[in-house]
Design a protein around this ligand. Structure first.
Ligand code: NAD
Ligand code: LMR
Length: 331
């Protein structure tokens, strides 16, 4: 098919004047998600107070002279921003500062995802795919799902790809191998310090990762991945931005195009009860993707220590769920 005949893909980005979007938007119009020949329309959503700043970002997007950007608009109403969108990146939310846990953001951010879930339910394309980035990401994803009853829960995922990428990079550096040689890492659970970065199924150049890096590496591996977001805030003074934007592109790209045969990635998705995780909870699992659909990888063996760590993260998510009952227990 002639590339010029391709229909544009419409993409909404909330929090479009924020720091993650300042990286994400320019990667999108460079073709890093859908390739250099797929036209895209961008719908940028911000709070009214940030619309001025957003218009400045829009000017820079225009000045890129991207051959694939065929439409651009700024909005403060999600019902306008999400109208007939194919893809939505829900980035807009307050980030944490030094000394905070991501769960501390629940009170300020949860409402955003209820409103945006309702708006997506009302006006987005029925096939929309929604990637939630704003923290605390698992529970925000749950809130969005529950407020969008006409969409399928499988059309939503929460971003744990940054943790996954951190784990891959850490193993690659420890073994002095390229990141492409690392397979089979899993992030289980919450995007919080209770997550379980699991190295037991990981391989480096086809060899069990723990044989390559030594058994003693595991404890520091888990703690480093769990605390990396806080460490970036401590050292940089702000939370991760470019690495977050890159992870969002990686997660959406794998979702749309599929994971390579025999490999998986980590995504926070609605639980179907796999691995004993409470049905309906949004939990990070190993997932395979194919033809725009994800599927939890079943049947991986878990030792007792791994199972206990996974359960601990589930408990934290159940507590978070209890705190937002008023937003998810809909009539
Ligand atoms: P930021 O403060 O730079 O930008 C957030 C933007 O969202 C701001 O411009 C703000 O005006 C906007 N916003 C707030 N409420 C909104 C609403 N209701 N509708 C639309 N826009 C709204 O923050 P950031 O660094 O870009 O981070 C955004 C979120 O992503 C934070 O919650 C952060 O903790 C989270 N994050 C998650 C991951 C992850 O791995 N899941 C990684 C990095 C950051
Ligand atoms: C991250 O993991 O870098 C983000 O979730 C930001 C944070 O608060 O740690």
């Amino acid at each position: 098919m002639d590339d010029k005949a391709k229909l544009p893909v419409t993409i909404a980005i909330s929090g479009a004047a924020g720091q993650i979007s300042y990286s994400l938007l320019f990667r999108l119009i460079a073709g890093d998600l859908l390739g250099p020949h797929q036209p895209i329309v961008l719908r940028l959503l911000e709070v009214p107070q940030a619309i001025g700043q957003l218009e400045g970002v829009a000017m820079e997007l225009e000045d890129f002279a991207s051959p694939i950007l065929v439409g651009l608009s700024c909005h403060s109403d999600p019902l306008e921003a999400f109208k007939a969108v194919d893809l939505a990146f829900l980035v807009g939310a307050r980030p944490r500062g030094p000394g905070m846990e991501r769960g501390d953001l629940l009170e300020v951010n949860a409402e955003i995802f209820a409103e945006q879930g309702r708006a997506l339910n009302a006006v987005a394309k029925r096939s929309v795919k929604v990637l939630v980035v704003g923290n605390p990401v698992n529970t925000n994803t749950l809130i969005a799902i529950r407020n969008a009853p006409d969409l399928d829960a499988s059309q939503f995922s929460g971003m744990t790809r940054l943790d996954h990428n951190r784990a891959v990079s850490l193993l690659a550096r420890a073994s002095q191998r390229p990141c492409t040689s690392v397979e089979g890492v899993i992030i289980w659970g919450n995007h919080s310090t209770s997550q379980y970065p699991d190295v037991h199924h990981a391989t480096i150049n086809g060899r069990p990762a723990l044989e390559c890096v030594g058994k003693d590496f595991e404890a520091s591996f888990i703690e480093t991945v769990r605390r990396r977001g806080a460490e970036v805030i401590r050292v940089r003074g702000k939370s991760s931005a470019a690495s977050g934007a890159h992870a969002a592109l990686c997660q959406m790209r794998d979702w749309l195009r599929g994971t390579p045969k025999g490999s998986w990635t980590s995504m926070a998705v609605v639980s179907d009860g796999s691995y004993g995780i409470t049905q309906g909870l949004v939990f990070s699992f190993p997932v395979e993707t194919h033809d725009g659909h994800w599927r939890i990888v079943e049947g991986l063996a878990l030792d007792a220590a791994s199972a206990a760590l996974i359960k601990a993260s589930e408990s934290e998510l159940l507590q978070e769920r209890d705190l937002v009952r008023h937003l998810i227990d809909l009539p």
